[in-house]
Design a binder for this molecule. Sequence first.
Ligand SMILES: [Zn+2]
Length: 71
Amino acid sequence: MTYMRRYIEKFGTPPRCKMPVKTGDDGYPICPLCAQPVREIRDELSMREWQISGMCQRCQDSVFTPKGHSE
Ligand SMILES: [Zn+2]
């Protein structure tokens, strides 16, 4: 699921975010941590987290997943 992509395709802009996130040329917000466009947001929870932190899914995962965790 790509919540962010769906949202932007529908509304043309990213949802409101508490952080002053930059927006890339293609309309996707830029992650403040890794400076990559935020395209993939897995679920509603991650979307809510994005609205607070502006972080992409990968950065959210690495922040909220304890280090050393393996599948
Ligand atoms: Zn990131």
